[in-house]
Design a protein around this ligand. Structure first.
Ligand code: IMP
Ligand code: MG
Length: 180
């Protein structure tokens, strides 16, 4: 993969993300205030930074588990076919579940994950997505809480990659390709 033909334009600063994560944690904390059986489920790998910040702002007892779905591979197009690469370690029957996703794009991934987890009979299942690109949606699905709605641009940073790079950026940036 050639990483020399693009630049990254800042779209959402680290400070704005931190402020929004605090707000989301308050809303989620209020929603789940009455439970002591919450499991926060991060979708790997893109949500690893977001879930780390979110659970530290969350004033609730909770467990953390991870699920890995197949991704875009090394490209920028959605495969539409979602596969589970790594399943949860724990049982979720009767538990309250908060799925944490990096981006809802076409919606196929989230829809698939929700349908799968619902078959395991959790008592509640909600979703928090950091980013949403509503203009790209192909299936009808929406997160309970969304950090930011963004336009149809390919973004990286704060856990999100392009060809496995740039996950370590502290902000969200848009990838802009340069003419050769
Ligand atoms: P969906 O199934 O099309 O909704 O895609 C969701 C997944 O695609 C997200 O969890 C991301 O991992 C990945 N994705 C979607 N948009 C972007 C992007 O702009 N940059 C990097 N990854 C993306
Ligand atoms: Mg993802």
């Amino acid at each position: 993969m050639d990483h020399s033909n693009y630049v990254i334009d800042q779209m959402i600063s680290a400070k704005s993300i931190a402020a929004r994560v605090e707000e989301l944690a308050v809303e989620i904390g209020t929603h789940f205030a009455d439970t002591d059986k919450l499991i926060v489920v991060g979708l790997l790998r893109g949500s690893f930074v977001f879930i780390a910040d979110l659970v530290r702002e969350l004033d609730l007892p909770c467990e953390v588990d991870f699920l890995e779905t197949s991704s875009y591979g090394d490209g920028m197009k959605s495969s539409r076919e979602v596969r589970i690469l790594k399943d949860l370690r724990g049982e979720i029957e009767g538990r309250d579940i908060l799925v944490v996703e990096d981006i809802v794009d076409t919606g196929h991934t989230l829809k698939h994950v929700i349908n799968l987890l619902q078959t395991r009979n959790p008592s509640r299942l909600e979703v928090c997505a950091l980013l949403d690109k509503p203009s790209r949606r192909e299936v009808d699905v929406k997160a309970t809480w969304t950090g930011f709605e963004i336009p149809d641009e390919f973004v990286v940073g704060y856990g999100i990659d392009y060809a496995q790079r740039n996950r370590n950026l502290d902000h969200i940036g848009a990838v802009r390709f340069l003419d050769k």
